[in-house]
Design a protein around this ligand. Structure first.
Ligand code: HEM
Length: 205
């Protein structure tokens, strides 16, 4: 008996592109880190490698943070759940790059000198804004697993809304430190305002 194309197709397991989504995004988000390590080892970070590391990790952290904030609106717009599968991972990548950024500053730039860090906080106020952002991100990263979501219940939602305050503090940090060239930080600020307003309108409805 001849087997029709349709019968053959029905027997084949359906290609689930969503199975590849998380690993692909994971690799894409990790790639800048690997390239940064490669440039560091090859001595290709320019005349001031510590400054380059600080700037690159800071930029990666803010971008990952904004991407993580885009995923919920994207789910509403696309009426599909796949963006939500990436939300936790992107939030953790934001924290990963922010931790590298802070470690570069603390260990390489300031060489664990607490007095120098203290002096820097009063001399360069944008460091205060960055510190506030990072301190907000720490509990968000710690409570991002399923067990904590269950344990904290409604409080988890309230705590994680703090991500918008962290985002605002980061943008303030960036606007404040950017001498002259304000285009990039202003684009991030505009994006943050759009995302926050969209979320607010949706929640109020
Ligand atoms: C303890 C917390 C933090 C400290 C001490 C800190 C420190 C710094 C320093 C020293 C710079 C370089 C300034 C310059 O080029 O003159 C910088 C830049 C930057 N930081 Fe932070 N930062 C902190 C937290 C954060 C966090 C949490 C984020 C993002 C999530 C962030 C994002 C950025 C960005 C986007 C830049 C600009 C990079 C560029 O110029 O391309 N920072 N930060």
């Amino acid at each position: 008996m001849a087997v029709t194309d349709e019968a053959v197709r029905a027997r084949l397991p359906r290609f689930r592109w969503q199975l590849l989504l998380k690993p692909s995004v994971f690799i894409a988000a990790l790639l800048p880190f690997l390239l940064l390590v490669q440039s560091l080892l090859a001595g290709q970070l320019g005349p001031n490698p510590i400054d380059t590391l600080t700037d690159q990790t800071g930029t990666l952290a803010i971008r990952m943070l904004l991407i993580s904030l885009m995923l919920t609106p994207l789910r509403w717009i696309l009426k599909d759940t796949w963006p939500i599968q990436l939300r936790r991972m992107m939030g953790l990548f934001a924290f990963f790059y922010a931790s590298l950024h802070v470690t570069t500053y603390f260990a390489l730039d300031q060489q664990f000198d607490l007095a120098a860090v203290w002096a820097d906080l009063s001399e360069r106020p944008y460091i205060v804004a960055g510190t506030i952002a990072f301190l907000i991100m720490v509990p968000l990263a710690i409570t991002s697993n399923k067990r904590m979501v269950r344990r904290l219940g409604k409080r988890w939602m309230s705590l994680h809304r703090g991500v918008y305050i962290a985002g605002l503090a980061v943008v303030v940090h960036y606007v404040w430190l950017a001498k002259g060239d304000l285009i990039e930080p202003i684009v991030y600020l505009a994006l943050l305002i759009v995302l926050f307003s969209y979320r607010l309108v949706k929640t109020l409805r």
